[in-house]
Design a binder for this molecule. Structure first.
Ligand code: ZN
Length: 122
């Protein structure tokens, strides 16, 4: 299946493998909406790939989400998740790079697209 991306396509890809991982579409959609809030993107494509136990791609699904997809009743909950995911990205970054210090002028690992000093350094 051909996949063409033009311009600034923002994509979140969720890979599931039978018997190993199984993220529900609700979980991934919440993750994408929380990411949207963090990055201040107007829209984000969610791509859901499912692999069999022997590594064959057996299912592809997608959803196209915007901030309008966040119901008013769930705004606070999604905002809270947005902060949790940002903190988790920073913790993973530090763990993976072994870097205890993030450069003040580096892009913030939380995914906001801002410099660290203007984002999560406090
Ligand atoms: Zn940040």
């Amino acid at each position: 299946m051909p996949l063409s991306l033009f311009g600034e396509a923002k994509i979140t890809i969720a890979c599931n493998q039978e018997g190993i991982t199984s993220f529900s579409n609700e979980y991934v959609n919440d993750y994408i909406l929380a990411t949207l809030l963090r990055t201040n993107d107007s829209e984000r494509l969610g791509l859901y790939l499912t692999y069999s136990t022997d590594g064959v791609l057996i299912d592809v699904d997608f959803s196209y989400l915007t901030k309008d997809d966040i119901p008013d009743a769930r705004k606070e909950e999604i905002e809270k998740k947005s902060v949790e995911y940002a903190e988790s990205r920073i913790a993973s970054f530090k763990k993976q790079t072994g870097a205890n210090k993030i450069g003040r002028n580096d892009l913030c690992p939380c995914g906001s697209g801002k410099k660290y000093k203007r984002c999560c350094s406090n």
